[in-house]
Design a protein around this ligand. Sequence first.
Ligand code: NAI
Ligand code: MG
Length: 353
Amino acid sequence: MRKIELAALPGDGVGIEVVESAKDVLHTLADAHGGVEFSFTTFPWSCDYYVEHGEMMPKDAMNTLKQFEALFLGAVGNPALVPDHISLWGMLIKIRREFELSVNVRPAKRMKGIASPLANPKDFDFVVVRENSEGEYSEVGGRIHQGENEVAIQNAVFTRRATEKVLRYAFQLAEKRNSRLVSATKSNGIVHSMPFWDEVTKAVATEYPHVNVQSNHIDALAAFFVTKPSEFDVVVASNLFGDILTDVGSAIMGSIGIAPSANINLEGRYPSMFEPVHGSAPDIAGKGLANPIGQIWTAKMMLDHFGYDELGQTLLDAIEDVTESGIKTRDIGGTSTTKEVTEAIKSSILQAA
Ligand code: NAI
Ligand code: MG
C-alpha cells in the first residue's frame, strides 16, 4: 500500500468547500480500489489567517510545505479583507515561484451533460501547456516621469532554459497523446522574443521526430479555439498567451467552475501544486452552491502525476456519469448543491468498483 502525503491548502471562499469535497471523493476512490492511500495535512492559510496574524502564511511555511509530495490548493483571495496583490503574492504566486512550478497544465474537454456556449462544439479534448515562471509576466521594467511625459516600460523575459523546459514537456505530452502539437507564437508582431520561441520550438522538435508540430499566431489560435476546438490536441504557449487561451478553454467547456490545472516542478525538487482554475468566488461562498468538479478534476490530474492514470480515468468517468445524469450545480444549469454533486460522484465510484 502506497501512502501519499499531501498538503491541503483550502484557502478562501469556495476553496474551503471544494477542497473538502475533493478530499472526500479521493478517499472514497482509494478505499474502493485499494493500493494507495491519501494522507492530507490541512493548513488554514488564507485571508482570515492574514487578518489574525498579519501574514498569509507563517515564516517557515515553505519549509513545511517542502516536506509533502504534492500540494492540493483551493483558491486564495478575499478582497473584502485583504487586497488581492497581498493575498495572491503572499501565498499562491510565492509558492509557484519559490517551488519552481515552471509549467502549468490546463486541459479542456467537452463534458457529457454540460452545455458549451458554442452552438456546435463537437467533441473537443485538448491540453494547454503554459510557461509559468517568466515571459510577459515579469517584474522587469518601470515607470518614469508623470502626466503627459509619463513612460511605462514592461519587459518580457524569455530564457532558453525555461523555454526549452516548457517545450520539452509539451512534446513529451504530445508523444503520450496523439503526437500533435501546436505552438502559440506572434513572431509577426513581437519581433525578438517570439522568433526566439519559434527557433527553440524547431530545435526541440528535432528530439521528437514523431510529433507533428505547427506554429499558429496567438490571435488566430484564440479564434480557432472558438470556431474549431476539436482540431487541437496539445497546445504550448508562453505565460500570457497560455493564460488567455486557457480562459477561452474553460469558457467553451461551459463554466470556470469545472476547469482543473496542475503546476508542475519538472525536476521533482519541490512538490507540484494542483489547483482548479477558478478563484474563491466570494459571490457564492459559504452557500453550498460551488461546483466541486474543477477541484475533483484537479485531483484526477494529481492521480495522473503520481502514475495512477487508471484511477484518474475512473474519477473522470464518475464526474461525467454525474453531469450526464443531470446532477449539476447552478453554474452549469442545474439545481444541486456542492454536497449533492459530491455524494453523487462518490456513489458512481462505488457502483463502478
Ligand atoms: P472567481 O473565479 O472566483 O469567480 C468568477 C465567477 O465564476 C464568479 O461569478 C463565481 O461565482 C464563478 N465561479 C468560480 N468558481 C466557481 C465554482 N467552483 N462554482 C461555481 N461558480 C464558480 O474569480 P474572481 O471573482 O475574479 O476572483 C475572486 C477572488 O479569487 C479574488 O480575490 C481573486 O484574486 C481570487 N482568484 C484566485 C485564484 C486562485 O487562487 N488560483 C484564481 C482567480 C482568482
Ligand atoms: Mg487567468
